[in-house]
Design a protein around this ligand. Structure first.
Ligand SMILES: C[S@@+](CC[C@H](N)C(=O)[O-])C[C@H]1O[C@@H](n2cnc3c(N)ncnc32)[C@H](O)[C@@H]1O
Length: 105
């Protein structure tokens, strides 16, 4: 268990009403755009929606609202390790040359 991550996550959760004016979204803008775009483009695809890595649930709430506004009746499922990114994932992203600047460990 990553104690530093747990401490930061705990503080953010307690301070969430002060830190976030709207939904508690911590995702980088370009990633948020991609997620919303994918939801729109896959409206006609059969099945439900799964978000892996919901943290405080900001994008999950926004995604659910978007789907509802667009008339979708898909179920939404939200998952998180609640311990940050797993080491294997960070290594993989580094290998692919992805920007891990915003990662939480
Ligand atoms: C950038 S935050 C997510 C932001 C969130 N979607 C929002 O509304 O702002 C990334 C989250 O993904 C989680 N996470 C990372 N790797 C994961 C994995 N393999 N499985 C589940 N959750 C994961 C982390 O614990 C962290 O809470």
């Amino acid at each position: 268990m990553n104690l530093n991550y747990k401490l930061k996550a705990g503080i953010k959760t307690v301070l969430a009403p002060l830190l976030f004016r709207g939904y508690p979204i911590t995702l980088a803008a370009e990633r948020l755009y991609l997620w919303m775009d994918i939801l729109c483009k896959t409206l006609d695809v059969e099945g439900d929606v799964v978000e892996v890595g919901v943290m405080h649930g900001g994008t999950a709430i926004l995604a659910k609202k978007l789907l509802k506004r667009l008339g979708s009746e898909k179920n939404s499922y939200a998952y998180d390790t609640f311990e940050g990114f797993v080491e294997k994932q960070v290594e993989e992203e580094l290998k692919r040359g992805l920007n891990i600047r915003f990662r939480n460990h």
